[in-house]
Each structure stands twice: as structure tokens, then as C-alpha cells.
Design a protein around this ligand. Structure first.
Ligand code: SF4
Length: 189
């Protein structure tokens, strides 16, 4: 009998929205709501809890077969309402899962409707910030999920900042593929 060779070393790292969770975890009083089935958020909670050795909160819009056929708008709005009611966050990241992307839900429009229905404004200093991130796992990995979430956060929070004025400085936001030694090297350049 010959030994079997497995070419997949760690398939867990391929979940794109899981990367977005890591980016939002760096924002004070934020929570991520996965727009998708319960299984996705359960898997991510479990995987991240194993890695960090502590519980990681990830909410879910709990899409089921009904949502997959008729669209997940109702589920996402209920999920947002419950997350605000129970966690009182300042920032909610809404990351899409494979299913939400496959059925083609227009998440930014659903969030806009939800905000209008619940009287949530756009004032960064006093209103809850709801930031959508499109993260279909079948097109990219968790690294891209992290980068996309970071990009969405920065764009959202600086949207009223006006014209950018160069200050001669570079802000380096490393992903997991850079080590402290790499950062030292970059600073030395
Ligand atoms: S179905 Fe997609 S989003 Fe859900 S856990 Fe799997 S890879 Fe991640």
C-alpha cells in the first residue's frame, strides 16, 4: 500500500469573510454580522476561538433555504436590529458569505433601507456605522477578506474628509504575511 499525499495543507484559511472579521476586531466597539447561513459564522467562531484561545463574537443573518430563494433582505434587517439591540455597537461590519454572494443580495441597498426605516443617520460622531464588505470565498482567501474589510473601513470613515493633503508620511498597515522583521526592514528603507 502506498502512502497518500494530501495537497491541501490548511483549507480553513480560504474563508474570505473570516479575514474581514480580523480587520473589524481592530475597531473599538465593533461587531461583524455575517450575511449568510448559521454554519458559516459558527465555523469562523470555532476556528478563531481555537486560534486565539478565547471566544470571538460573530453575528449571523441566519439565511436559510427561504432566504436563498426569495433573497436575504428580511433576515439581514432582523439581524442588524438584534445586533444593535443586544450589543450596542458603534460599528457593524456586514460581510457577505458564499451564499449571499451567490444569490446576489444587494447588501449596501439593504443597509440603506434599514437605516431609513430605523432613523439611523450618517453622522460619524453619533450614529452607528454599518459598513458592508463583499467577501465571496470562492474568489479569494482570508488575506483578501482582511484587505477588503480594511479598505471598506478606511473609505467609509474618511468619506467626508475632503481632498487628501499629502503629509510626506506613509502609513503601513501590515497583514499577516509581514513579520516584525519585515516592518523593521521597511522602516529602514
Ligand atoms: S460557505 Fe463560504 S463563507 Fe461560509 S464558511 Fe464556507 S468558505 Fe466561508
Amino acid at each position: 500500500m502506498t502512502d497518500r499525499n494530501f495537497v491541501t495543507v490548511n483549507p480553513c484559511v480560504m474563508c474570505q469573510p473570516m479575514g474581514s472579521v480580523l480587520a473589524f476586531k481592530g475597531v473599538e466597539n465593533s461587531i461583524v454580522l455575517m450575511h449568510g447561513s448559521q454554519g458559516c459564522s459558527t465555523y469562523m467562531r470555532l476556528h478563531l476561538a481555537h486560534h486565539f484561545r478565547e471566544p470571538v463574537d460573530i453575528a449571523s443573518s441566519s439565511l436559510s433555504e427561504r432566504g436563498a430563494v426569495y433573497g436575504g433582505s428580511e433576515n439581514l434587517k432582523k439581524g442588524l436590529y438584534n445586533v444593535i439591540d443586544r450589543y450596542h455597537p458603534s460599528v457593524i461590519g456586514v460581510a457577505t458569505t458564499c451564499m449571499a454572494e451567490t444569490i446576489g443580495d444587494d447588501v449596501p441597498s439593504i443597509i440603506k433601507e434599514f437605516k431609513e426605516e430605523n432613523g439611523i443617520g450618517d453622522d460619524i460622531s453619533k450614529d452607528i456605522q454599518i459598513i458592508p464588505v463583499s467577501t465571496p470565498s470562492y474568489s479569494d482567501s482570508h488575506v483578501n477578506g482582511y484587505i477588503k474589510a480594511l479598505d471598506a473601513i478606511v473609505r467609509h470613515l474618511t468619506r467626508d474628509a475632503g481632498e487628501s493633503i499629502p503629509n510626506g508620511k506613509v502609513n503601513i498597515i501590515p497583514t499577516e504575511n509581514l513579520s516584525p522583521a519585515d516592518i523593521r526592514e521597511l522602516k529602514a528603507e
